[in-house]
Ligand binder design. Structure first.
Ligand SMILES: Nc1ncnc2c1ncn2[C@@H]1O[C@H](COP(=O)(O)OP(=O)(O)OP(=O)(O)O)[C@@H](O)[C@H]1O
Length: 252
């Protein structure tokens, strides 16, 4: 089966700084892949390369079988929720989604039905016809994920999807992610909220200083951190992301 996401030696430098360093990962279709890492580890930069928003310095990647060098081939298959969703403040939520549906060539009737379903799901029916500049952070986030999945992409990249959400909205977000995965979408989920990954991810990749320092099923990572007592994903995370001058993923 063609991997949903495949990177080979993916590297991004900003001047002397290496934001992403020789990243090679393979994600099978239908997987929720938890992309974990401390602040500045390179998660967002990786997502921006995979969504063709920034070009790698070196290395290659394919998303839904298409090379990230071919923007038009990649973008129809992906949905992206960045940390701060790009929204037009002067539009209403419904107008924003209608605009995105148009860009994505979603037929009008289908877009309308899908929008209504999403407004219901995210408990945003009352806000649908209000201007986005009146939205709270959580409402903006909800609208952001709606526009990321409106066209039912094969691969969804979510950057910190639960940040800024109240517990109920965070629950809806987690349920939605689980449902998208059940529908065979592949999800790359970047977060530093470990329980979210623990609950949802089939596999976890831990990135630290731009490099993949551990990878496996959540339980596998927990076991690796085991020292006789009950260990959590947090222990595993802290174990592999403490500052070391040389971190070799193959030795872990
Ligand atoms: N446009 C840019 N110009 C210069 N440096 C950048 C740029 N974007 C990212 N970086 C640097 O690359 C590194 C990785 O950043 P990135 O945003 O990818 O990390 P992250 O894992 O998403 O962090 P966070 O969890 O804080 O969002 C950081 O050191 C950051 O300062």
């Amino acid at each position: 089966m063609t991997p949903a996401i495949e990177t080979e030696g993916l590297t991004k430098r900003y001047g002397d700084e290496v934001a992403v360093d020789d990243l090679s990962i393979e994600i099978e279709p239908g997987t929720v892949y938890g992309f974990l890492g401390p602040n500045g580890a390179g998660k967002t930069t990786t997502m921006r390369m995979l969504t063709t928003l920034t070009r790698p310095t070196s290395g290659t990647a394919r998303v839904a079988g298409a090379s990230i060098e071919e923007r038009d081939d990649v973008t129809p298959h992906i949905g992206y929720l960045p940390d701060e969703p790009p929204l037009y403040d002067e539009l209403t939520g419904r107008e924003q989604l209608t605009y995105i549906a148009g860009l994505r060539d979603v037929p009008e009737e289908r877009a309308r039905a899908r929008m209504n379903e999403l407004f219901e799901r995210f408990d945003l029916v009352d806000g649908a016809d209000k201007r986005i500049d009146s939205y709270s952070t959580g409402m903006r986030k909800k609208l952001g994920i709606m526009q990321a999945v409106l066209h039912r992409p094969r691969v969804v990249l979510l950057d910190e999807p639960t940040t800024g959400l109240d517990p109920r909205a965070a629950r809806t977000m987690r349920d939605t992610i689980a449902e998208l995965a059940a529908r065979e979408m592949t999800i790359l989920l970047s977060t530093h909220i470990l329980p979210v990954v623990d609950e949802l991810a089939d596999r976890v990749g831990v990135i630290h200083e731009g490099r993949l320092v551990a990878e496996g099923a959540p339980d596998e990572l927990k076991r690796r951190a085991e020292t006789g007592e009950q260990r959590s994903l947090e222990d595993a995370f802290l174990d592999v992301t403490h500052d070391t001058p040389e971190t070799n993923p193959s030795s872990r």
